[in-house]
Design a protein around this ligand. Sequence first.
Ligand code: ADP
Ligand code: GLC
Length: 487
Amino acid sequence: MNILMITSEAVPFAKSGGLADMVSALSIALKEEGQDVRILMPLYDTVSRKNLSFIADFQIDMVNRREQAALYRSETENSGIPVYFLESEKYFNRKGIYGPTPASSYPDNAHRYSLLSAAFPVVCKLLDWIPHILHSHDWPTGLVPLYLKKAGRPFDRTATVFTIHNMGYQGTYDKRDLPWTGLSAEETHDFNMMKDGYLNYLKTGIENHTRITTVSPTYSQEIRTLAYGHGLDQSLNHRASSLTGILNGVDYSSWNPETDRYLAPDYYSVFDLDGKKQCKTRLQMKMRLDEKAEVPLFAMITRLVSQKGIEELCRPGYGILEEFCREQNVQVVILGTGEAWVEEELKKLSTRLPNLSVKITYNEQLSHLIEGGADFFIMPSHYEPCGLNQLYSLKYGTIPIVRKTGGLADSVLDPSEPGGWKKGTGFVYEEADPRQLREVLDRAVECWEEQPDKIRLLRHNGMNCDFSWKPSALAYMQVYEEALGDL
Ligand code: ADP
Ligand code: GLC
């Protein structure tokens, strides 16, 4: 099958979160199954120009105007997936992906991402390569099926698959933005593009792709409810027979403590955890914490936004982080960027608490050392479509502590569940509530202090889990077949 991924992010070129990891890793896994997979994404200013080759200048017909663009080509590291970059001086030659800072948006995102979605017909013709499947990801590419309808032949045997990575970001725009999409007011009705008087790119994607997937089975159920549907539960229920939940995998060529270049020379495995001890000391040194092996080290690597349960952690007068750090003999490391109030609050707390160390930055290398060096990884998410760090943590013997939601519920097993300590891989709690978060953290500390054999068990069970991409790639291939069958 010829499969074109259309995406706003893909590692190693541009990443704001797990979407970027998922697109590249799934593409590689599909290639290993013999598929011809290619990626189309914007050429942001921050994408390295190294190894980029120019293909052509061209124009994109937006019905009421033509936009000047250019196409460049590169490949993913080692795996040789062709990545095509859409250059537009006007729309993409900027430092940020969605906005100048992680928590902000450019005012013309409706235009920028409709251009990306509208580009594929001319790109494919330039490449003389017609996809069987257009696989779009999240709101930026929600309009792809509409441009497919306009493209006509030779795309009349092309099906569309839409993966929802996060219902919390929908791409909602004023009707005044409509002319920029090249679509008409009639089309907004025909294609169900509106929600509460606004153009809604995510809704458009849900209503119009041949098939829809999301990134875990539990999330595929949750988003059909009022509590998790972010106002689009009705659309999802309407498309329920075309919706599948497929858990993301892990790219173990990047995330494996036996080979992780950022851990060198302190590699380790389930059979020999010495390297993990060294990683912990290195992490403590790097984060200016006391180098004490016996103190449990808790970590988070995350976008600092409400989705991630940040309020239960550190909202003044509500969050439990300060008390936890004062009352327990623990260390806490947090790496993240996001909303300004959270960044400020965490910095403030870390000046008061000698056992809390915070880095407000995006740092790939440090994120690997944290996975290697920490004992526990905290994910108190309000919702979590899949979540990647709990999967990385399992592999790194860093026991996940997660709220029971979405992909976290599908990948971490509490020892109180059937299977007990023999099967348990982490600590799981139910409600997005600060007291419950504190209780589960205390449970972990108690286990660390009083039942080290149980900690060893959880670690071993986690490290023995296999979340490789192959089964998920096969599930996507099944969805592609179904989508083609629906044409
Ligand atoms: P989401 O996509 O919702 O942010 P995921 O758990 O799926 O959540 O993926 C987050 C990814 O981004 C992980 O690979 C994580 O390690 C990475 N990440 C998030 N924040 C940072 C940061 N500040 N520095 C380095 N990596 C980060
Ligand atoms: C989203 C979700 C996250 C998921 C990632 C990759 O950003 O928030 O849970 O792991 O996409 O699918």
